[in-house]
Design a binder for this molecule. Sequence first.
Ligand code: NDP
Length: 313
Amino acid sequence: MPARILSGIAIRDQIQAEVTVEIEQLREAGVRPGLAVILAGNDPGSEIYTRNKVKTCEKLGIYSERMVFPETTTTEELLSQVKLLNSRSEIDGILVQLPLPSQVDSKQVLLAVDPQKDVDGFHPMNVGNLVTQRPGLVPCTPAGILEILKRSEIPIKGQRAVVIGRSDIVGKPVALLLMHHHATVTVCHSRTQNLPAVCREADILVAALGKPGMVTGEFVKPGAAVIDVGIGRITTLEEVERFFPGDPKRRSQVETKGSTLLGDIDPSTVLPVAGALTPVPGGVGPLTIAMLMVNTVRAARLRRSHLAAYVAT
Ligand code: NDP
């Protein structure tokens, strides 16, 4: 039987409905959560991502601002914007869209964000909170992956989980979250030996390596839950035939738009082996923005001690 497809869209809608109720409760307490998004430079992906984030805020009733800086912006300019946002009480969350232009010291800018407003969960203070399981703000994509697993009733406790990728943004935090949910976790990276054999031990396999289509059926234990975090593109009809054989929609996307999305998983060989698989698009991606909304509401509560009782653990 081919793998069950784990739709991130249905789960996103569920989470957004829950967030809307929370926003309503906050409104009754006289609080409107606010998010500021900083975009610097001309990265086309970042342009789309930041617009979508602001649009989702508007849809759910979160106040939002999008601040745009030119490609030539400096570290100092961004630092003074972050400082200003730190001091504004109506702003609960500050998101600095990455990548920043190459002359900007990204680490310094991220470090300047008030940890209480760090809705991306990248500040070392929130990394420490995550490691030590203290209340804080958890990175959005890893948090979204856990929501997919839990809401799809994929068992985690006692299971073997393998994460491919050890980035600060995805690999490391998702490994920690899985460990905190009592999985036995192995983290792989570019120097891991016998990668397919290690991955074949996994009941839960998370692929976050940024190598489109690299993870084939050979990496997957029969029946495993496979989470595809990668966002890549293929541009040729030969690739479409290899990864999406006989799929007219994918073919037409390449013919009309010049490309189609492909994650790190090769669906043509993984679908027949896995028990469950997140699609790309429509899997992990939609959860990332939903969890940003969750974090913004959470930040609004964490900053106001009289509302702390509302904060879920
Ligand atoms: P990074 O490039 O920061 O990290 C990639 C990781 O994969 C590294 O740890 C690297 O190992 C490892 N890796 C690379 N090649 C191999 C290989 N051949 N075998 C084993 N491990 C390998 O990427 P990110 O973590 O930021 O992102 C990963 C993917 O997820 C990207 O495609 C990105 O676009 C996507 N993404 C999707 C999001 C979403 O919302 N869906 C959000 C964020 C990211 P090493 O450390 O040794 O170099």
